[in-house]
Each structure stands twice: as C-alpha cells, then as structure tokens.
Design a protein around this ligand. Structure first.
Ligand SMILES: C[S@@+](CC[C@H](N)C(=O)[O-])C[C@H]1O[C@@H](n2cnc3c(N)ncnc32)[C@H](O)[C@@H]1O
Length: 282
C-alpha cells in the first residue's frame, strides 16, 4: 500500500502534552496513550467539517496535532528509512477506496512497507467483520475462515522492531476476536502464518534480511479444516503483469508456464500448522 519513503505526513496525539517530533519515544510509538478528547478522527471527516464551532476547533486542533507531531520514533529513522506512520483516519479513508476488497475474506493484500501494521491491522478487522457476518453460527467455520482472512494479509518491513510489532499487533486482534489463549492450536497456527506472511526484508531488493529471495505463501482453504499452501517468489510475482502485457515477448505463454510455485505443500490442518509455530510465542 504505502510506498517505502513517502514524505512525512502522519502523526498521533500522545498523552502529556505535545512532545517534540524529534524526541524518540521510549519503547516505540505504540506505548503512547491517546487522551479521549484528542482521539484521531476515523472515517468521519465530513461530520467534523459540519460540526459545531467548538467541535470544529477541537477537530482542527487534533488535525494540527496529527500533522505537526509526526508519528515517528526518531528523526534519524525518518531520515534513514522514511519511517512516518499513517494516521488512523487516513488509513480508513484509503481503505474505503477499495472497501469491497477489504471486506472480502479471501482478497489478498500486500503492504510492501508495512511498518507496524497501520493498514494491515485495519484490513484484518474488516475481514474479521466479514467472517462474523457470514460464519457466526458455526465455531468451526468461524475459526477456519478467520484464519483464512489472516492468511490473505502480507507485509514486508525493513526494520526488525517494526516487523515484530506488526506481527504482534495482528496476532492480538486475531486472538481477541476468537478469544484464544497462547496455548491454543489456533493461536499457534496464526502465529506461524504471521511469521511466514510478514517478512523482515527489503521490498526493493526483494530479499529477506538474511539475503534470501522473498517468497510468499499462497494459502487456500479446501474446506473440512484443511489448508493448502504454495510458495511463490516475490521477484517472479512482480514480473507477472509485465510478462502478460499485450505485445510482450511472453504474452503468448500462459502465466502457469512461467510462474510455477517454488514449493507446493500437502494440505495441512490447524493442528499441523500449530506444530510448525516457533517455540517462543509473544
Ligand atoms: C512511511 S512508513 C509507513 C509505515 C506504514 N505503512 C504506515 O503507513 O503507517 C515506511 C515504512 O517502510 C519501511 N521501509 C523503508 N524502506 C523499506 C524497504 N526498502 N523495504 C521494506 N520496508 C521499508 C520503513 O522502515 C517504514 O516502517
């Protein structure tokens, strides 16, 4: 979704006044608490514009706060990595541009500079809402389709603390929705999926942090509790549209002839996915 290094544009109020944008926040930005009166606006921009003068002033103050007090961890990280986070209201507005897709359980989203998951967490929430609408009556279906929703969310992030936070943020939302405990198979399976789908690497070189080609798992739900997995190399996937472009040397070839999976797995159950989870789970 967001390109790796857009110009700084994001911010979020923090408790205890207006800290300098330059000051690093201890433990990362997620430790900041937001006073209720300065909660970032969500999708209700027009309402704020139509609100009473006092509400409007409050909105204007919030907006100023959000745009001036950048959601940054340090000035150095902004300079080095373009690390500026997107405010919640803007995330919602952008996701609304593809609302239908965000509310489809098996639509696939990749954010190639995912930070700690501002976009991916909200996509997950929307997908889980779709799961709830469709499968609330059966715990079995609800759990399996919720995992499928998670399986369709992908990210790449350069910085190790961001990718770790991103995994935790998604895991928390998923576990809370299904009321999971860390020892549950589904919790462990979801942790495994996140460890595969959220890649610590460089989206420009398309390599992981340990210099391997980035691969993504294409997950599918076969029904009856079984999931399918095929892995594809990211560099191949990014060439896919160029190869199939009209007039291209390879246009006559079906995609299937060039873009074979790097690996295909036998169908797996929740229990089998859970067994693949690393031993240490946050
Ligand atoms: C502008 S921030 C956006 C973060 C998040 N997408 C958001 O909107 O809140 C850009 C993020 O991209 C990461 N990044 C920078 N260069 C990257 C690269 N080559 N590959 C992957 N991530 C990168 C930074 O560490 C940072 O977390």
């Amino acid at each position: 979704m967001a390109p790796p290094c857009p110009k700084p544009h994001a911010s979020q109020p923090v408790a205890g006044g207006c800290p300098s944008a330059e000051a690093p926040r201890e433990g990362g930005r997620s430790t900041a608490t937001t006073p209720p009166e300065t909660n970032p606006p969500k999708t209700n921009w027009p309402n704020h514009l139509n609100a009473s003068p006092s509400n409007f002033v409050s909105f204007a103050a919030t907006f100023w706060y959000q745009t001036r007090v950048s959601l940054v961890k340090s000035k150095q990280r902004v300079a080095d990595h373009g690390e500026v986070f997107t405010p919640a209201w803007m995330v919602e507005a952008m996701l609304d541009l593809v609302k239908g897709e965000t509310e489809r359980i098996d639509s696939r989203f990749l954010e190639s500079a995912c930070g700690d998951g501002n976009f991916l967490t909200q996509i997950l929430r929307r997908k889980l809402a779709a799961v709830e609408l469709k499968y609330a009556r059966s715990d079995f279906e609800r759990q399996h389709y919720a995992l499928l929703a998670l399986m369709c969310i992908y990210g790449i992030e350069l910085l190790p603390d961001n990718i770790a936070e991103c995994r935790v943020n998604l895991l928390e939302i998923f576990a809370e929705y299904l009321n999971l405990a860390p020892a549950d198979d589904l919790y462990r399976a979801s942790f495994f999926v996140l460890s595969q789908n959220l890649v610590h690497g460089d989206a420009l070189t398309m390599r992981t942090h340990d210099a391997l080609p980035i691969t993504f798992a294409e997950w599918g739900y076969l029904g009856k509790g079984r999931f399918q997995r095929r892995d594809f190399r990211y560099d191949n996937l990014t060439q896919s549209s160029a190869f199939s472009a009209e007039g291209s040397l390879f246009a006559h070839l079906g995609k299937h002839e060039i873009f074979q999976p790097a690996k295909t797995y036998p169908p797996m159950t929740l229990g089998e996915l859970s067994a693949l989870a690393p031993e240490i789970i946050p």
